[in-house]
Design a protein around this ligand. Structure first.
Ligand SMILES: Cc1cc2nc3c(=O)[nH]c(=O)nc-3n(C[C@H](O)[C@H](O)[C@H](O)COP(=O)(O)OP(=O)(O)OC[C@H]3O[C@@H](n4cnc5c(N)ncnc54)[C@H](O)[C@@H]3O)c2cc1C
Length: 451
C-alpha cells in the first residue's frame, strides 16, 4: 500500500511514524514544501531565553529527515503538492528548486497541510498587516527575531498562550516595554476563569501593559514611526508589532469534491476520513470532539495534531475501529514564573453551555520539609456537575514544575467521566524525597464535598 502524506510538520510526521510502525510493509512518502521538519512554532522564545541561538534554529526541529528515512519513510523535502486529483488517486508535486513537476499515485492520501497566516481580510486591517511580524516557521522566526531584538517598545497582538509565552521571554530583557492588545476583557480567557487569570496578572511586571477589550485594526507608518491602531480610533506608537493569534487551515489545495465545514476546516468522520474515503485530513486542518458537551471544536495544538494522526493511522492499518476520542483541550505552560495548566471546560463556558456546575478552589502553600520548595504555591480549581459531581474541568497555577503534572490526572479523569468521589480512590506513590506531605487532590476534593 502506498500512503502519501502532504505536510511534514507535527501531524504529518506523527502519521508517517505511526503508519510505518502499524503497517511495516507500506510505502510511506512524506511531502514537505520547505526543508524543515516539525518546527517548534515557539522557537523564538527559546532564542530569547538563550536555550539556542538564532543561527541554530534547526534545534527547533523535532526530527531529522535521516531519522525518518532510517524508519523506512521516504521524505521529499522542498517539494510542494500543487494539485490533488482524487478521481485518479494522484497528486501533482513540484520541486521548489528545479520547478520540475511530476505525479505520484496513492492508495491512501493524508492531508496534513496545517495552518498558515490569518487572511488579511479576517483582521480587516488592509495592507498594513504585511508590517506585522509572525513566527510559525524558521524564515518568519529569523525575521521576527531581528526586529524584536532591536525593538524597545513591542506590541503583541493577542493575549492567548502564544502571546503570553512570547511576552514572558521578551520581558526578561529589562529594557523592553511590552504592550499586549487583546479584544477580550482578560488574557487566556479560553483556558482560565477570571479568578485564575488574576493570579497570573499579579505576577506580570509593570513593563508589560495590557490593552484589554481593544481589537487591533492596523499598523501604519507616520513618518518613521510605526503606530498601532485599534478599533474605536485608539492609537499608540510602537517599534514592532507581532501577531500572536492562531492561524487558519491551509485549504488552497483542497478540491471542491472534498467537503469543508462552515469554518473552512476539512470535514472528517471519527477516523479523520474526509468525504473521499481514500483521503484523510489531520492536525490543524480539522476539528475534533471536545468534551462530551461540544460536538467538535477547532483546537490547533500539537498534542491534538498527534492524536488525529494516530486515529487516522489506526483506521488505515485496520488495527482499530474506535475513532478519535474526545479531547479535553489540555494545556500546560510557564508564564512569568508560574506553571499553569487547564483541562476541560471553564466555569464561564459551563454557563454558555447551560450546564449546572459548581466549582471549588483550594490554595496550598506547603510542599514538604524533606523536599523543601521555597515559596511553594498551588491554586487548584475543580469544576464539576452540581448534581452528579462528574468532573468537567480543572485549572491550576503553581510555582512547582512537577505539580503541573496533576493536570494530566484531571484530563484523564474527565475523559473517563469520573466524579469527585472516584478521585478520592486515586493511588499515589509516596517517596519523602520526591512527594508532597499531603495528597493535594484528595484534600481539595474532601473540602469541595463539604460545600
Ligand atoms: C506562534 C505559534 C506558537 C505555537 N505554540 C504551540 C505550543 O507551544 N504548543 C502547542 O501544542 N501548539 C502550539 N501552536 C500550534 C501548533 O503550531 C499547531 O497546532 C501545529 O503546528 C499543527 O501541526 P500540523 O502538522 O497540523 O500543521 P503545521 O505545523 O501548520 O504544518 C503544516 C506543514 O505542511 C506543509 N505544507 C503546507 N502546504 C503544503 C503543500 N501544498 N505541499 C507540501 N507541504 C505543505 C507546511 O510547510 C508545514 O510544514 C503554536 C502555533 C503558533 C502559530
Amino acid at each position: 500500500m502506498r500512503i502519501l502524506i502532504i505536510g511534514g510538520s507535527h501531524a504529518g510526521i506523527s502519521a508517517a511514524k505511526y503508519l510505518k510502525s502499524l503497517i511495516p510493509t507500506s510505502e510511506v512518502i512524506l511531502i514537505e514544501q520547505t526543508n524543515v521538519l516539525g518546527f517548534i512554532p515557539s522557537s523564538i522564545n527559546f532564542v530569547f531565553d538563550q536555550v539556542f541561538s538564532i543561527d541554530n534554529l534547526d534545534k527547533g526541529e523535532v526530527i531529522t529527515s535521516e531519522q525518518l528515512q532510517s524508519m523506512g519513510i521516504t521524505v521529499l523535502l522542498k517539494t510542494r503538492a500543487t494539485e490533488l486529483r482524487p478521481a485518479k488517486q494522484e497528486v501533482v508535486i513540484q520541486n521548489s528548486g528545479t520547478l520540475s513537476e511530476s505525479c505520484l499515485s496513492y492508495d491512501i492520501l493524508i492531508l496534513a497541510m496545517g495552518s498558515s497566516k490569518l487572511a488579511i481580510a479576517e483582521l480587516g486591517v488592509g495592507t498594513s498587516l504585511s508590517r506585522v511580524l509572525s513566527y510559525k516557521n524558521p524564515y518568519e522566526t529569523k525575521q521576527a527575531y531581528e526586529k524584536l531584538s532591536s525593538a524597545q517598545n513591542i506590541t503583541i497582538i493577542g493575549a492567548g498562550l502564544i502571546g503570553l509565552e512570547l511576552a514572558t521571554s521578551l520581558a526578561k530583557d529589562p529594557t523592553k516595554k511590552i504592550t499586549i492588545v487583546e479584544q477580550m476583557g482578560r488574557p487566556l480567557f479560553r483556558y482560565f476563569d477570571p479568578d485564575m487569570t488574576k493570579i497570573l496578572l499579579s505576577a506580570i511586571p509593570p513593563r508589560v501593559n495590557f490593552r484589554l477589550g481593544e481589537t487591533f485594526s492596523g499598523l501604519k507608518l507616520t513618518g518613521d514611526q510605526k503606530v498601532v491602531t485599534t478599533c474605536g480610533d485608539s492609537s499608540f506608537p510602537t517599534d514592532a508589532a507581532v501577531l500572536a493569534l492562531n492561524p487558519r487551515p491551509t485549504i488552497d489545495l483542497i478540491p471542491t469534491s472534498i467537503e469543508l465545514e462552515f469554518d473552512s476546516t476539512v470535514k472528517v468522520n471519527k477516523h479523520m476520513q474526509t468525504t473521499d474515503p481514500n483521503i484523510y485530513a489531520i492536525g490543524d486542518l480539522v476539528k475534533v470532539p471536545f468534551g462530551s458537551m461540544v460536538e467538535k471544536a477547532y483546537l490547533p495544538l500539537i498534542s491534538i495534531a498527534k492524536k488525529t494522526a494516530l486515529a487516522a493511522a489506526r483506521h488505515i492499518s485496520g488495527s482499530s475501529n474506535r475513532g478519535i476520542t474526545e479531547s479535553q483541550r489540555t494545556i500546560g505552560t510557564f508564564l512569568f514564573g508560574l506553571y499553569m495548566g487547564s483541562t476541560g471546560i471553564t466555569s464561564e463556558e459551563s454557563v454558555l453551555l447551560n450546564i449546572e456546575t459548581q466549582a471549588f478552589t483550594k490554595k496550598i502553600s506547603y510542599f514538604s520539609q524533606v523536599n523543601y520548595q521555597d515559596r511553594f504555591s498551588l491554586t487548584l480549581k475543580i469544576i464539576y456537575d452540581a448534581k452528579k459531581h462528574t468532573i468537567l474541568g480543572t485549572q491550576l497555577v503553581t510555582s512547582h514544575r512537577e505539580t503541573l503534572e496533576l493536570i494530566t490526572i484531571f484530563a484523564q479523569a474527565i475523559s473517563d467521566k469520573k466524579c469527585l468521589e472516584d478521585l478520592l480512590d486515586l493511588e499515589n506513590y509516596y517517596a519523602p524525597q520526591l512527594s508532597p506531605n499531603s495528597n493535594f487532590i484528595a484534600e481539595t476534593i474532601l473540602e469541595a464535598l463539604k460545600n
